[in-house]
Structure formats: C-alpha cells, structure tokens
Design a protein around this ligand. Structure first.
Ligand code: EPZ
Length: 417
C-alpha cells in the first residue's frame, strides 16, 4: 500500500497546469453510451475513478482506449444492459450509467453505487425522476432493475434538491425520450453545462444547462463527437489551499476563473491576493492567514462542498478562529480527526465545525478517509513542521492525477513511498 511522505514548511513557487474535471468526465463517459460510433474525449485526467467508469463501458461491450489525456470510446459493440456489483461499487459516478443504459436499451440492471463515505448518499431523486420518465423500477437486495420497453417519455420533473447526479441522470435519460422534458430546481454546477455541451455536440437538444431550469427535447439518435473536458475547479481549489497554507505564490494554468467565484472570495477573505488573466490564476498568500468567519457549503455557485476539507486544512494555521458549515453531506468532517493528530484544534458539532487556528502543525502518521479528506491531509502536511506519512492513498488517486508530482514541481518535499 503506497504512502506519501511529506517534509513540511517548504515554500512553493512556479506554475502548475490543472487537470481535467473528474466530475465532468464521469457523467460524460456514461453519456457516450447514447451516441453511436466513436467519441474522442480530450483533457481526461488519468484517475482510478475514470478507469472504473471506462471498465464499465468495456464490460457493456464498448471499446475504450486511453492515450495520454485522450480517451477514445467506440460504442458500436454495446450489447449488455447489466453492470455487476463489483464494478458499480467502485464509485458514486457509476449510478449515472443507469439512465444511459435504460435510455439506449430499454432495460438496466445495476446494483447500488459506491463512492466516498461522506454520507448516506441515497439515489431516491434519481429513481423518482426516471419513474416520471416512464421507467418501471424494482429494487431488491441492493439491485435496481429498470425497464422501459417502449422507451422513455418526456415529463415535467422538479428536484427536491439541486442534486448534481440527479440532474445529470435526467439530462442523459431524457435525450432519447419521446417528447420534451423540463427539469426545474436543477443543479447549476459547471460540470452540468459541460455534459450538455458534449451531448449537444452529439446531436442532442438541451437548453438552459447551468441554469435552474433545463429543457431537453428528445431526439431519435445521437452520434459520437470530439469534446474537451473542462478544468477541475476542485483540483484548482486544492492547489490554492496548498499555496495559502505555506504562505506561497503560485500560478495555476488551464483554469476557468469564472468557475471559482466563491473559492476565490474565500481565499481573498483569508488575505490572499488573486490575479486572473484568461485561463491563468495567480495566488499570493500572506505570511499569516486571516481566519474565515463563516464558510457555508452550498450548491453552485455557492462555496463547493468538495473544497471544504482542503480549505479547512489551510484554516488550521490561520491567525484566529474559522467556522465551517457543511450543508451538502451529513458526514463530511472525518478529516478533522486526522488533522487533530497533526496538532490542529478543531471542534465539530453536527454540520458545524470550529477551527481554532494554531501557529503551526506538526508532522504525524495520518490516514485518509475519503478523497477530499486525503487532499486536506496533503495540504496540512505541506505546512506542518517535520515529516508526515499519509496512508490509504487509494482515496487521493480517485480524484487527483499525480498530485505529488505537481506539488514537488512547485518545490514541495513530497514523495510516494
Ligand atoms: C456530485 O456527487 C460529486 N460527485 C461530488 O463530488 C460533489 O460533492 C457533489 O456532486 C455535490 O457537488 C460526482 O460528480 C461523481 P448530489 P452527487 O447528488 O451527485 C443528496 C468529490 O469529492 N441526495 O449533488 O452524489 C446527497 O446525499 C465528490 O469529487 C439525495 O438525498 O451529489 C447529498 O446530501 C464527492 N438523494 C446531496 O443530495 C439523491 O437521489 C447532494 O448530492 C441524490 C442526492
């Protein structure tokens, strides 16, 4: 089991390119099933979550080859409608295959998805939306059996909560439905618009993605296209946390600053200077960070829940007390226990977490508990005095492509052992 060994308190400097968005490429890989022939996806990060989705495509009979950051998918061999538990359990993103397989074949037999243990993560909104589109769904012993023998039919769907996954599920399932579907209270995350851009390039007719109301006009068939995945705004926020925690100045390239509004303002509240120019973002951290009076995670364009843990790691060495409220997932403070091993002083109560800034953290042996919690431990290790060993790297590898190489190129003393 590989580990990371970090020797902290090294200043970072230089430039780093930000990877393609994990949470964009995952739904787009499922959506390729709707399109005939070949799809070429550029800027695909090489992550275990992505590999797990590619393996589901291969299991379903598709061809999928990676060369560097490019994935070439061919769905002509798509000939199954079931996905085994062993493949479904690996990621949360696997549930988005449900709508795609059902829409294309009229049948889908999948088990419940996996993913980071940051809460119960039910799929009730996914299933109720598919039922509104005409799916007959039976759930038995963790297995979901869906049928739509006459295809799906457009419907008016309103989500109780702007769920990213449920929004993606509806967009994908409605593309080949008979008639039009309107989705209200849709998630507005940039990854939703990227999915719609991809599907529209395949011939779909999706309007309003990125807004709260989306219209999908069903079309008979779609054909593959070439598409470049948007940059990963959470990876960008993670590098910004590393710069803030170490009092450094770095430049991120290949980002879309417009996707980072709430993140930029949080770092500015901590006293960081942020300059953006096209797809470049320069962050200059102060010698001592100001605390964050109130960070509340919200659906986009609010502060993203995925950036809460890395930002909290930086707040551990701020000059004062910061308060975080986690409104999206009910169990997303698991990294606080490991941060405490490094000397962080943190109190959690339900969805609220109070971080009493310390002048320094100390290296320790820590273990990651989920993807973004692992990222928080890396950020903390970069500013801690001494050596930190971070275990369970499988979580980090789900969402960050060669994070240790990128950070060492910025001057960090970090290596995989
Ligand atoms: C996506 O998860 C992302 N994952 C998550 O990123 C991200 O944190 C989340 O959106 C919110 O932005 C992928 O895109 C693969 P939701 P998803 O449906 O779709 C509840 C990361 O670290 N809910 O918006 O699962 C749910 O339990 C990961 O990269 C229901 O109750 O998130 C949660 O409390 C972590 N019923 C809230 O809604 C449902 O049917 C938001 O979940 C669906 C969701």
């Amino acid at each position: 089991m590989s580990k990371l060994l970090v020797t902290g308190r090294k200043k970072l400097s230089g430039e780093v390119s930000v990877q393609g968005a994990k949470n964009s490429v995952l739904p787009i890989l499922s959506a390729t099933l709707l399109a005939r022939g070949e799809t070429v996806l550029y800027n695909c990060p090489d992550l275990s979550d992505v590999e797990d989705s590619v393996n589901i495509l291969r299991y379903l009979g598709c061809k999928a080859e990676r060369s560097g950051q490019t994935l070439v998918i061919n769905t002509d061999g798509f000939n199954r409608c079931d996905v085994p538990d062993s493949l479904m359990r690996k990621t949360r993103g696997s549930i988005i295959f449900l709508g795609a397989v059902l829409a294309k074949t009229g049948r889908a037999k999948l088990s419940l998805p996996g993913g980071c243990e940051i809460g119960l993560r039910p799929i009730d909104m996914h299933l109720s939306a598919l039922k509104k589109l005409g799916a007959e769904i039976r759930e038995r012993r963790g297995c979901i059996d869906c049928r739509a023998p006459y295809g799906l039919s457009g419907a008016k769907i309103s989500l109780d909560f702007p769920s990213v996954g449920a929004t993606e599920q509806v967009i994908i399932a409605a593309c080949l439905a008979h008639g039009a579907t309107t989705l209200t209270n849709a998630a507005r995350e940039p990854e939703i618009a990227d999915l719609a851009d991809f599907l529209n390039s395949c011939g779909a007719r999706i309007y309003g993605a990125g807004e709260g109301e989306i219209l999908i006009e069903g079309t008979g068939s779609l054909s593959g296209c070439a598409h470049s995945i948007i940059p990963d705004r959470i990876a960008a926020a993670t590098f910004m946390s590393a710069a803030a925690a170490t009092g450094s100045e770095i430049v991120l390239t290949d980002v879309i600053p417009a996707h980072l509004g709430a993140v930029i303002s949080a770092f500015e509240d901590m006293g960081c200077k942020i300059k953006t120019d096209g797809t470049k973002l320069k962050i200059t951290a102060p010698a001592s960070l100001k605390p964050l009076k109130a960070v509340s995670t919200m659906p986009y364009p609010g502060f993203p829940t995925d950036a809460q843990a890395p930002l909290m790691a930086a707040a551990c060495v701020a000059d004062g007390t910061s308060v975080f409220t986690e409104n999206i997932f009910e169990n997303r403070f698991r990294h606080t226990r490991e941060l405490a091993r490094m000397g962080a002083e943190i109190k959690t109560c339900g969805r609220v977490c109070v971080v009493y800034g310390r002048d320094k953290l100390y290296g320790a042996k820590v273990d990651s508990t989920d993807l973004r919690g692992a990222a928080a431990l890396v950020v903390a290790a970069l500013c801690a005095e001494g050596k930190t060993r971070i275990g369970s790297l499988r979580y980090l590898e789900r969402g960050y492509e060669n994070l240790e190489l990128s950070l060492s190129s910025l001057g960090a003393d970090i290596k995989k052992i």
